[in-house]
Write a protein that binds this ligand. Structure first.
Ligand code: ZN
Length: 190
C-alpha cells in the first residue's frame, strides 16, 4: 500500500470529467486500497480518483474517519464505481465542507439533504441507495469531483468573493497540507 500525493484543486485533472470504469482488475483494486490509505492519512472522509490524478469514475467514503457526527452510527467504508445520482430531495441544507484538494479551506455550502445514488461495488454488482445527512453530503461532493466540479464553485457569490485571497494562496502553493500535494503545474509541493 502507498500514500498517493493529492492533486491541488487548480490542477487540470480536477476540471476534467472522469471516464467510466469497464472492468475491475488488480489495478483498480490496488488503486482503491491506496486511496483508502491516502484518505485516512490525510484525515479525510471521502476521496475521488481524480484527486490522486487518476481520471476514472471511482470514489471512496468513510464518514467515521472524520470527527464529525461522533455520536451517530456510521455506515461501513465504501468504494463506489461509476456512481450517478438519480434523484435529489427538494429540501436543501447548509453544511461546512472541506476538501483534501483545497487544503485548510472550509466553507458552508447548500446541498439537497437526501439523494438516491446508483453505483457498482468492487464485484461489479449494482446498488441503488437512498441516503441522507453526512453520507448524502459526502457522496454529492465526491461525485461533483468526478464531473470536474469543486465545492467552492457552489459558494454564494459573497462568500466566494470573500474567499478569493485564500484560494489564491492555495493555488500558489502557499498553503501546505500535512500530506503530499501536487500543484497545478504538476510539481510536488515542498
Ligand atoms: Zn473534495
Amino acid at each position: 500500500m502507498a500514500f498517493l500525493p493529492v492533486y491541488n484543486c487548480y490542477h487540470p485533472v480536477l476540471k476534467k470529467k472522469t471516464e467510466k470504469i469497464k472492468e475491475i482488475n488488480g489495478e483498480i483494486d490496488k488503486l482503491v486500497r491506496d486511496m483508502f490509505e491516502t484518505m485516512y492519512n490525510a484525515e479525510g472522509i471521502g476521496l475521488a480518483a481524480n484527486q490522486v490524478g487518476i481520471s476514472k469514475s471511482l470514489i471512496i467514503i468513510d464518514t467515521s474517519a472524520g470527527n464529525i457526527d461522533e455520536q451517530k452510527k456510521h455506515p461501513p467504508p465504501m468504494a463506489m464505481i461509476n456512481p450517478v445520482i438519480e434523484s435529489f430531495s427538494d429540501e436543501e441544507i447548509e453544511f461546512n465542507e472541506g476538501c483534501l484538494s483545497i487544503p485548510k479551506f472550509y466553507e458552508k455550502v447548500w446541498r439537497p439533504s437526501q439523494i438516491q445514488v446508483k453505483y457498482w461495488d468492487l464485484d461489479m454488482k449494482e446498488h441503488v441507495l437512498e441516503v441522507d445527512n453526512l453520507l448524502a453530503r459526502v457522496i454529492q461532493h465526491e461525485i461533483d469531483h468526478l464531473n470536474g466540479i469543486l465545492f467552492f464553485e457552489k459558494l454564494t457569490p459573497i462568500r466566494r468573493t470573500l474567499a478569493r485571497n485564500k484560494l489564491k494562496n492555495i493555488k500558489n502553493g502557499k498553503v501546505k497540507p500535512d500530506y503530499k500535494m501536487i500543484l497545478s503545474d504538476g510539481s510536488l509541493l515542498k
